[in-house]
Design a protein around this ligand. Sequence first.
Ligand code: GLN
Length: 192
Amino acid sequence: MSLVAGVIGVQGNVSEHRDAIERACTARGDDVVVHEIRTAGVVPDCDLLAMPGGESTTISRLIHREGIDREIIDHVEAGKPLLATCAGLIVAASDAQDDRVETLNVVDVHVERNAFGRQKDSFEAPLEISGLEDPFHAVFIRAPLIDQVGDVEVLATWDGRPVAVRDGPVVATSFHPELTDDDRIHALAFFE
Ligand code: GLN
């Protein structure tokens, strides 16, 4: 298959997602072109999208300014896959409890920024993830806490808290699957 992928590229871990998408597609024998998206007009051509970790206030402001926000919502409403990680999850959520983030409301969860593992800014943990056979080594960096879930499937928890969810075509994680060499979350989000 020949695929067109997009990574929302206004800020954050953009090249890491690009690499992970390329690896995940190559492993399946699919050809892929990956666009780093900084302006409107590219998302409508994409079969699949990733929204990276980074700084959610900045990502939110820039996608709104460029008119990419509406295109992401249309992509999801068309049933096409989106993987949103960390800051990406915050932007995709229904409520970020922070006026500086204009959420896209494509994942039915409320999040609290920088609240997960408040004692430690960053930590790593082996996670059991629904749909994956072996644990996934998850990297959390100033991660958002999912403190309310609506109509979503919880794919993984840590310390009794949801840290990966699926809402229709969207998979969202509090952690950073793009920061490891393991592409199984990308494959789960895009192809299952
Ligand atoms: N703390 C960041 C935010 O609130 C998210 C952290 C990340 O993506 N690593 O936007």
